[in-house]
Design a binder for this molecule. Sequence first.
Ligand code: SF4
Ligand code: SF4
Length: 459
Amino acid sequence: MSEHTQLAAMLEQSNFKWPDPPNPDKLSVCVHCGLCLQACPTYLETGIEAQSPRGRVYLINLVNDGLMNINDAFVDPVFRCLDCRACETACPSGVQVGTLIEEARGQIRQAQPLTGVKGMFSDLMLKKIFPHPDRLQKIGKLMRFYQKSGLQKATRGLGIMKLFPKHMQEMEAVLPLIPEKTSREALPPVVHAIGEKRGTVGLVVGCVMDVMFADINMATARVLARNGYDVVIPQAQTCCGALQVHAGERDTAKQMARTNIDTFLAAGVEYVIMNAAGCGAAVKEYPELLHSDPNYRDKAEHFTNKVRDISEFLVEVGYEPPKGKLNVKITYHDACHLAHAQKIRTQPREILRSIPGVELIEMADSDRCCGSAGIYNLTHPEMASPILEAKMANVPDGVTYIAMGNPGCMMQMATGVHRKGSDMEVMHTVSLLDMAYRAEQGLANESQASVTQREEARA
Ligand code: SF4
Ligand code: SF4
């Protein structure tokens, strides 16, 4: 039977009626053992089987077998999942819960497209803004104007933010100061290697990272150049599409993936470097996303083989240990999409430990989700909030920095720090390494200045 005939037969009984359904082979791997339950934040919060990995896989199976319709009892657990992949680490059978959830969301969005204000907002963000870096840059400029013109001060002074839900007030309070220039604007097309050249890499500047955390992209480029790599920043690159995949907007995500694949393959780089865990995981899964596209299946594989998280890359190729001293206590938060999705745990710790003067204090359950999960903290604040509380309870006292490798986690953990009234700072691992390199040259304070600017905006 041809692949096409098999799909047709499958769709006939299945209530997943659209292309790109959850793969039944992946569903059948689940043996219902329940070993994943205690790893799942939404199950731990609710105690409800449908809100567990096993429950979700079971529901997807029912719809696939035509025994359940795509209704609220299905949609809610599928969208309440954080897509944190903690269950995948716990699962002895290797069930790819994250991919199944993402494919199920794709079916839901085709069966029940969002309508009204929700539909307009979703289309605006996922199709009209994020895939277009120039539009995102303009929004960044508007946000900076809001922060710098006195409007933010006035808004806060007049208590206008109190009209918004609590989680939005908290997010506004920790919004970093938007840098004057995005990293695309600030970085040259190529940042040249310092000293003997070891190779050429491409840098994915991302969307949120480019606009809100440009200093992290700059730090990444400096660290790579310092270690002998030319860093190419192709202007045609776009956002990775992770937000779209998580929201079930798979066609938009596929188009973005094709753009990035073509752009970085044309750039002729040996490696493609990522510094956002969620984006890195999404980009490494482009072959899965494009598995049914005969024109891109192989290209996606070729491209993905080049992709590395910055910490993974530095440890793999070898990096120069910094000589600058930081004299700080640091704890490390494992971003879900670094630890669970990409299996990167030791490399960031190795980098932090290599910084003279750093005392790394492990936090309990360091790979437990912080509740950020893309925009989950905005769409499901009632669940994200207690998950953040549980996370913050594990942050050791007395640390100066909470290090991590994902901008979404940085925003969420900054909210947690703000709630605690603590003066700890959230930092990207690569920013700390960059700070140590710059400390060698007496420039650490400069490097710290961009971080302090972020903190100032939260004051
Ligand atoms: S997803 Fe894995 S751990 Fe969870 S019930 Fe299925 S087989 Fe067991
Ligand atoms: S991805 Fe996370 S939230 Fe979703 S089922 Fe797995 S552990 Fe639970």
